[in-house]
Each structure stands twice: as C-alpha cells, then as structure tokens.
Design a protein around this ligand. Structure first.
Ligand code: ATP
Ligand code: K
Ligand code: MG
Length: 740
C-alpha cells in the first residue's frame, strides 16, 4: 500500500511518496521531478503530462492546460474567459460544466473538466506506480484554499474516476505548514505562546497567504487570504504584451493573429523571466517566429519590473487580509516562509519583505513543499503507515448557510441561518434542530455569493429529510436533529438525521480513562443553550456547535471510539465523535448528585433521547454513483487504448531496430556463417520488410509487427544458431585452456 502526496499545480504537478525513511519526490518517465499539468489528444491516443508538452506546439488545438482551474466551473463564468487566454484548445459547455472540444481518434470530441482532470490524474497514478513499483490508491492532493464545494467535488470525482482514493483534499498552504511543522522538534508546548508562521505560496496562477499557529504535535490555521489571479503566468503575460507591441513596431508582425507564434513567445517570455530572476538583463531570440522573421529582444530587470508594477502593487493585499482575519499584527508573526515558483521573482520577494519589515525564510523547497506536505498528510491518515502524529486544523473559506421553507405551524420561524462562518475550523460538525410534523427540505448555500470565485453559484446542496410525522404527543412536533458536516476535504454534507424525545433520566456519572465524563447513552443529546421548550415553542431550531479540533488524531481516535461506543437505546452503533463531544460538553453544565459516601455518583437530567433515524435524500454537486462508474469505465478504456498504442509503437520500433541490426550483423559477425545465397535471401526479406514499414506497415497492429518479426527470425534462425554454437565452442575452448 502506498502513501502518496500530489501537488496538482496549474502548470506543474509534483508527486511525493512516503517511504521508510521519509518523504521523497519521485521522477516521471523522463526523470523530471515535476510533470506538466497538460492533457493532449491525438489521432491514435492521448498525450498526458510530458507527452502533451512535447506535442504542444504542433497540437495546440488539442492540448488543454490549467486543468484544475476548469474543474467545477461553467463556460459562461468570467473566470473561464480568463482561462481561455491561457488554454489553446477551445473551451465549450459540456452539460453545464466547462470542457474542451478536441480532435481525438480522428473525431471531434468533448470532455468536461472533471474528465480532463481524471485523465491527468490517471497519468499521475501510472507515473507513481511505475516508480514505486506498488499499486497506488490512497492519495492526498493539494487544492487552492479558495476552491468552493463544487470545485472540490469535481476534483474528488476526478480522482475516483482515475481509480484514486482521496484521503484528503488539502489546502496548498496548509500542506506546506504540515511539512514545516512535522519536522520541528522545538515547538512550544502547554501554555507557551504558539509559534506563528506566515506561509506564502505564489504559483503559476494564484497566490495565497496563511497564518498558522504551531504547538507541539499540532498546527491550527488562523487565517487564509488569497489573490486568485496573481501568479507567474501574469508576469509572463506582461512580458508577452510588451513583446507583442515591440514586434509590431520593429518587425511588423502581429503575434496575436498566430497562435503558434503566441505560444512560442509565451514560452520564451517565461524563460526570460527566469533569467531575469538571476540576472540584471536577459535576451530573447526566436528563429522564424512568423513570416520567416527571426525576432530578438533584450530586456533589463528594471524594464521588466516596470512592466509588472501593477502586479507588484497587489502583493501586499492578501498579506494584509490574512493578518486582519487572524487579528494579528506584523510583529506577531515569528517566521515568514515563502514557497511556489512565482516567488522567485526578486521584486515579489522584496514587496513581501517590505510589508513584514523582516527577512523572509526560504527553508523549504519552493517547488516541492506542497507535495511533501500532502505526502505527510497521507501518511498520517493512512492506516498502514506509522508517522509522528501531527494534528492539522484548517478553516473554512466562505460562510455557509442553510435555508428552508417556513413551516405553517411555526409562525415566527426564521428561514435561514448561517451555520458555518468563515474561519470556522475544518472539519466541523454541527447539529441543527428542527421541530416538524412532516418531511421537509433544506438547502445549503454560500451565504456571501459575492465572495465566491467568478460566477460560481451559491448553491451547495439540497437535503430532504424523510420519515418526519406528527407524534401525537403534547405538542405533536417531532424534534429532528440534522448533522451537518464540512468534512476533511472542505465539502459540506448533511450526513445523518435522527429524532429525539424529551425525557428525564437518572444516570450514573462515570469517568473514562481520559478523565472525560463518559455517557452511557451516547445517543442522548442535550443542547447547551437556547433549548426550545416544547411547551412555549419560540424558536424552531437551535444550532449547537460541535466543532472538531484536530482532525488527524481524531480521525484515528474516531474509528476506535465508534467501535467502542456503547449501543444506544435503539441499538445504533454509528455514533461519531461529534455527538460524544457534545454530550461531554453539555454534561458539564448539569447538576450531579455526587454522593460522598462511596456510592456511585448519579444525577437526574432532562435529556433528549434519540428515538430513531430519519432518512435523508441528498442532492449535491458530486457525480452520482452511476455517472461516476460510467466515467471510470470510459477512462479505463482510454487507458487500455493508450497502452495498446504505446505497446504497438514499441513493437514497431523493435522491428525497425531488429532489421537494422540484422543487416549489420550479416556483414559482420554472421558474414562467415552463412552462404551468399542464404544472406541474399535474408537481405531481400529485410528490404521488403523495411519498405513495408515505411508504407502500409507504418500503421499496423501490434500482432502484425510481432508476426513480421517472427518471419524474419525464422529465416535468420539457422545463422543465429550457428553463431551461438561458434561462440559456445570458443567459450569451451577458453575454459579448457584455463583448466589445463
Ligand atoms: P499554482 O500553484 O498557481 O496552481 P503551480 O503550482 O503549477 O501553480 P509553481 O510550480 O509553484 O506553480 O510555479 C510555477 C511558476 O513559477 C511559473 O510561472 C514559473 O515561470 C515560475 N518560476 C519558476 N522558476 C522561476 C524563476 N527562477 N524565476 C521566476 N519565476 C519562476
Ligand atoms: K506545483
Ligand atoms: Mg502550486
């Protein structure tokens, strides 16, 4: 079982694996430590990763990049218009999600963003499996903190389509923070002031700053702020815009009219940008860019910085926001760690340093820190790997509210409530209480749509609570409890619902091994505040915080606890931590009849006793199982097809090489071992095969190449045998001489 971390970048993807002695970044099939995040399509197969990059210039219309930024988005989103500037394939609408239209296997085909991401992840899976020689399933993958529910669901669907099990989608900077913290042995403990680190990641397309507090064995993200549209590619674009104008004047060519020229200038601009990170000036030369014209330019760092001044002026914004959200000042930050390829621009570093007024740290590998952090997270979450426990507590990026229809029986009921605020810890579970006589629906949505990227709709999901009916009791309402959870991926679900009844019970007060009050009836839940009295019903709901803290430890603890959890009155055993925590919380507030004479302590409490489950029908933005299954089969078929094409190509190459080799050997080591007649016959066969290869045999099947090879081998067999015998005889002669 493997433990894998994936930094799925806009430009490059980095894979890290946990091995016995630590975490290593692995190389792909051409020994690169990062793989281009690109998929391409050809007449016979797909080109994924490096192959897509190699083909890019000659296959622009069928090459798609910026994959993660397409996931879960729609074509009419203004953000997607921005992406189209960086993507050479045509973006189209595919059943509501953006996708690409390409020519594949000689046909026009459309693939949606989830499918495109799945294709790339399936390549990442292959690269990893080839390198570590183990099957790959469990992964932790990075995601920008600003990704919403629908974007995250798309990435998880894509991973599943590719046959990967997502243990966690982890925010980029949180992954960096984990990688930083897990290796530190001197973190503050107990009541000491936590160590505060600002993690800054500037990638190819986006820029994030998280402020994170560390203590021994744990980290808590305090705030995360971002610029969704600031990264290396914006700097490249500034250079391209400049060169566009310069070439118009100097060479009278308009690169904007020629996609191939544009792509070549973009690639050259990126190279020039990197040169300018280390030098005061740099050249740009492109031969025969357009209309047979060679272009050249020389740009100084100063000129470059003037071009990107508007971008540099945005650098301080997320930093300020992150401090404000964390309610901290610059002086509270102990360390500023900077990662991401985009941070290598000297002027960017200068702006960040000027903002904080202190030196920056570059102790982490700028290109690999995210992937390494993800691999650590995967190791922590994986049941098969032992790693120092380190708890990771992240936060929610946008407030989430629930809305429902007014119940006619409850006159002054509200119809919406913000359940998860921005900055709420993640993962987190909250219990919602409703008083109802019949089944009802509720909708979850982002409370501030204007904060969402582009035009992402506020809608998150619709949840129908079934099985609700009038109780026939004094107030006739069923008290319905809904468990809403933002999970470890940052995705919202209503995970379960049940109903309770008010009862007075006497119970023993026990202490469990953690010194925590253990409640026998874990199904019983008491609200600590605003408990509506069923008599004078005022408010129809109450939300009680059941926040979970440190996910890593708890996700393990959770398993054992669920197993050990005593059966409830109804015999349900699937009680999760949040309930238990709630109970211990609310129990504290209760009176206990603590007998001092050694008799068991008991207390009389009014409790809501769990009476039964309520079925929930969820409509979220994940693919349903059937669609996911179909997509997975489609992907698996394409993987097989690609493999067949690759194998065929390999057999063809083998045949070509064999022809060439044999022809040489006939003049060399086989020369004296065959008659002229035999040799002439084989040569004729080789010539015929070669002619065939360059003609109709150029595009034959694997079986045909193998058959051709066998035909030649049959002809050459006797000679090869004679050669073998000759070599063997010589060997024996040498052996005999040694033994004599
Ligand atoms: P994102 O995080 O935005 O999704 P990513 O993870 O793919 O994207 P990175 O790999 O962190 O991005 O960074 C890639 C960017 O860094 C590119 O724009 C690249 O040109 C830029 N970059 C890399 N090296 C240098 C350098 N020496 N000087 C300037 N820029 C550089
Ligand atoms: K990356
Ligand atoms: Mg990145």
């Amino acid at each position: 079982m493997s433990v894998v971390g994936i930094d799925f970048g806009t430009l490059n993807t980095v894979i890290a694996v946990a091995r016995n002695r630590g975490v290593d970044v692995i190389v792909n099939e051409v020994s690169n430590r990062a793989t281009p995040s690109l998929v391409g399509f050809g007449p016979k197969s797909r080109y994924l990763g490096e192959a897509a990059k190699t083909q890019e210039i000659s296959n622009l219309k069928n090459t798609v990049g910026s994959l993660k930024r397409l996931a879960g988005r729609s074509l009419n989103d203004p953000d997607i218009q921005i992406e189209q500037q960086y993507i050479s394939a045509k973006l189209v609408d595919v059943n509501g999600q953006v996708g690409a239209e390409v020519s594949y296997l000689g046909e026009k085909r459309q693939f949606n963003a989830t499918e495109l991401v799945a294709m790339f992840l399936s390549k990442i899976k292959q690269i990893t499996a080839n390198e570590i020689k183990l099957p790959v399933s469990d992964v932790v993958m990075s995601v920008p903190a600003w990704f919403t529910d629908i974007q995250r669901r798309s990435l998880i669907d894509a991973a599943e389509i590719a046959g990967l099990k997502m243990l966690r989608l982890m925010n980029d900077t949180t992954a960096v923070a984990l990688g930083w913290g897990i290796t530190k042995l001197d973190l503050p403990s107990g009541d000491e002031k936590p160590r505060r680190v600002a993690f800054i990641d500037i990638g190819h397309s986006n820029y994030t700053c998280s402020i994170v507090e560390f203590k021994k064995g744990e980290l808590a993200v305090r705030s995360t702020a971002f610029d969704r549209h600031l990264g290396g590619r914006n700097f490249d674009k500034a250079l391209v815009d400049h060169l566009h104008k310069e070439f118009l004047g100097k060479y009278k060519i308009d690169i904007a009219t020629n996609p191939k020229a544009m792509t070549r200038v973009l690639a050259a601009a990126e190279k020039l940008k990197k040169i300018l990170s280390a030098n005061q000036q740099g050249p740009l030369n492109i031969e025969s860019l357009m209309n047979d014209i060679d272009v050249r330019a020389m740009i100084t760092r100063q000129e470059f910085e003037a071009m990107v001044e508007p971008l540099l002026n945005r650098v301080h914004v997320p930093l300020e926001q992150a401090l404000a959200d964390a309610k901290l000042t610059k002086d509270d930050i102990d360390i500023i760690e900077v990662v991401g390829g985009g941070s290598r621009v000297p002027a960017v570093k200068e702006r960040i340093q000027a903002f904080f007024g202190k030196p920056l740290s570059f102790t982490m590998n700028a290109d690999e820190a995210v992937a390494r952090g993800c691999a650590f997270s995967c190791a922590i979450l994986s049941p098969v790997f032992k790693v120092r426990d380190f708890a990771v507590q992240d936060i929610i990026s946008y407030p989430i509210e629930f809305c429902w229809e007014k119940d006619a029986d409850i006159p002054d009921e509200d119809t919406s409530l913000i359940v998860f605020n921005k900055g709420n810890v993640l993962p987190s579970t909250k219990i919602l209480t409703f008083y109802r006589k019949q089944p009802f629906d509720l909708e979850a949505r982002y409370a501030k749509p204007e904060e969402l990227p582009g035009k992402i709709p506020a809608f998150i999901g619709r949840f129908s609570v079934k099985g609700v009916k009038a109780t026939g009791g004094p107030d006739d309402f069923m008290i319905c409890k809904l468990k809403a959870r933002v999970n470890i991926h940052g995705i919202l679900n209503v995970e379960s619902a049940y109903y309770v009844e008010d009862q007075e019970v006497e119970e023993e007060v026990k202490e469990d091994e953690n010194g925590e009050k253990k409640d026998a009836d874990v199904s019983i839940f008491m609200m600590s505040e605003s408990t509506p009295s069923t008599a004078g019903l005022k408010k129809s709901y109450a939300v009680v915080d059941a926040e979970e803290g440190m996910d890593a430890r708890q996700s393990k603890r959770r398993k054992t606890r669920a197993e050990n959890a005593p059966d409830s009155l109804l015999g349900q055993t699937d009680v999760d931590l949040s309930d238990r925590e709630l109970i211990s919380e609310s129990s504290k507030a209760m009176d206990t009849d603590a007998a001092k004479d050694g008799k068991p302590k008991t207390r009389k409490v009014k409790k809501q006793v769990r009476k039964g489950e309520l079925p929930i029908v969820s409509a979220t933005q994940s693919l349903d199982e059937k669609a996911k299954h179909a997509a997975a089969e489609k992907e698996a078929a394409m993987v097989m097809e690609d493999k067949l094409v690759a194998d065929t190509e390999e057999k063809k190459n083998e045949l070509e090489t064999y022809i060439y080799d044999l022809r040489n050997k006939l003049d060399d080591q086989y020369a004296d071992l065959a008659s002229e007649e035999e040799k002439a016959k084989i040569r004729a066969k080789l010539d015929a095969c070669e002619d065939w290869l360059y003609d109709e045999g150029d595009d034959a099947t694997k079986a045909v190449y193998i058959a051709k090879m066998d035909e030649i081998k049959a002809l050459a067999g006797p000679i090869v045998q004679r050669h073998f015998e000759k070599v063997e005889a010589e060997r024996q002669a040498v052996q005999a001489r040694i033994e004599a």
